[in-house]
Design a binder for this molecule. Structure first.
Ligand SMILES: Cc1cc2nc3c(=O)[nH]c(=O)nc-3n(C[C@H](O)[C@H](O)[C@H](O)COP(=O)(O)OP(=O)(O)OC[C@H]3O[C@@H](n4cnc5c(N)ncnc54)[C@H](O)[C@@H]3O)c2cc1C
Length: 381
């Protein structure tokens, strides 16, 4: 029986495991290894922040996958011996015929001086719960959300958070007492998209009275103060940040990675330099063909990459030639508050530049995002 080992039970790992087990049944052993016992659906963190969700509704135990005969090992992956087809975990060694790496990225607030003491990480579940408590007791003052560095996952998410904060305070009727500011190192919101996408986001921010500060590198965080590289100091009563993202150390210790620690892959097959070893999702180093920047990192792309890899593993384990290719396509929905959302269509391999659209906010797009979360849990677990 062929063995496929999947490292990481996040979006990419769960999609790959389900696809393989569904098509291969008892003829393939599919094992998912994750250090967490639970899977958390990060797309819903912004709603959790404003109290429209609670942690239990966006969490599932990974061991539920066992009902589908997917093996689940709750363990830390500590070492990869790729020539030897061996993965070491803190519960022993595992061997594989095919390896799918979907270990995502980790947050490093300690890389920004003062972040851990004086700011909360808007991408981290524990801090998101704390932010919700702080918002419930916030009556006036300034809230600043800063993006520490690129690449950061789901580029529209910081703007979605701002729109939902605007909704939160407007619906409590004291929005006029709260100043909202977003600080980004990018020259514009959605910098990989054509300029009119960034302009649309700027327009929405302006209409909602949200201040935007671009091309700002955060040097330091102090109590109630954000210090930027152009000498600016911004006062904040509540500081929210997006901490720098790095791949897990177990990947950085291998010869798979580029200079920034992301796993180099064939952009169409997601295969690494080692045959039958694939890297999908946030941890890989796919770059845009023309602009050279890292391609956007988001669940929708991890999902599509997992599908391609699973289908190719199925073919090769049946002795057939892998033929499926990842196309760099996906769609994204950004909540803009009050039951509306913008639908965005993405084709980032398109030349001469990536194709990214952003439609006007509609209630239909909002309900599509609500429906997707339900679909995700029903389909995956
Ligand atoms: C606030 C927020 C909003 C978002 N909104 C959207 C959205 O609307 N749409 C969208 O498409 N994307 C969104 N994303 C991005 C999306 O969640 C990620 O891009 C996606 O989860 C990446 O999938 P992945 O499989 O690569 O990694 P992950 O889902 O992060 O999974 C990685 C897994 O690996 C495990 N792991 C890591 N290291 C080890 C180790 N050494 N040993 C064992 N286990 C390990 C982790 O515990 C984790 O479970 C959002 C993200 C955030 C934070």
């Amino acid at each position: 029986m062929k063995k496929t080992l999947i490292l990481g039970g996040g979006i990419g790992g769960i999609v790959a495991a389900n696809a393989l087990k569904k098509h291969m049944g008892a003829s393939m052993q599919v094992t998912v290894v994750d250090r967490e016992t639970n899977h958390y659906f990060a797309s819903s963190f912004p709603l959790l922040m404003i109290g429209e969700k609670n942690p239990s509704t966006i969490t599932r135990e990974l061991k539920q996958l066992r009902r589908k005969k997917i093996e689940v090992l709750n363990s830390e992956v500590t070492k990869l011996d790729l020539p030897g087809h061996r993965v070491t975990t803190n519960q022993g060694d595992l061997y594989y015929d095919h390896l799918v790496i979907s270990l995502g990225v980790e947050y490093h607030p300690e890389a920004v001086s003062g972040f851990s003491e004086f700011a909360l990480n808007a991408y981290d579940l524990k801090d998101v719960i704390k932010i919700n408590n702080r918002l419930n007791n916030f009556s006036s003052g300034q809230i600043v959300l800063f993006i520490s560095s690129a690449p950061y996952k789901c580029p529209p998410a910081p703007y979605e958070i701002m729109f939902l904060l605007d909704q939160f305070f407007r619906s409590r009727r004291f929005r006029h007492k709260v100043k909202l500011t977003i600080v980004t190192p990018d020259y514009s919101p959605e910098p990989l998209a054509p300029p009119k996408v960034g302009q649309s986001v700027r327009k929405m921010l302006k209409e909602k009275g949200i201040e935007l500060i671009t091309e700002a590198k955060v040097l330091k965080v102090e109590k109630n103060v954000l210090i930027l590289d152009h000498g600016t100091k911004i006062h904040a009563d509540l500081l929210l940040g997006i901490a720098p993202h790095w791949t897990p150390e177990v990947l950085r210790d291998t010869d798979l990675v580029d200079s920034r620690g992301f796993v180099k892959v064939n952009p169409f097959t997601l295969e690494t330099r080692y045959p039958s070893v694939y890297a999908i999702g946030d941890a890989n180093a796919i770059r845009l063909p023309v602009m050279g920047a890292y391609a956007p990192k988001a669940g929708v792309f991890a999902h599509a990459q997992a599908d391609v890899v699973a289908r190719n593993i199925i073919l090769s384990s049946r002795g057939l030639k892998p033929k499926y290719q990842y196309k760099g396509k996906g769609m994204c929905i950004m909540n803009t508050g009050f039951g509306r959302a913008c639908y965005s269509s993405v084709h980032y391999y398109k030349k001469p530049r990536p194709f990214i659209t952003l439609l006007r906010p509609t209630t239909l797009a909002y309900w599509a995002k609500v429906a997707f979360e339900k679909y995700w849990f029903i389909r995956s677990f």
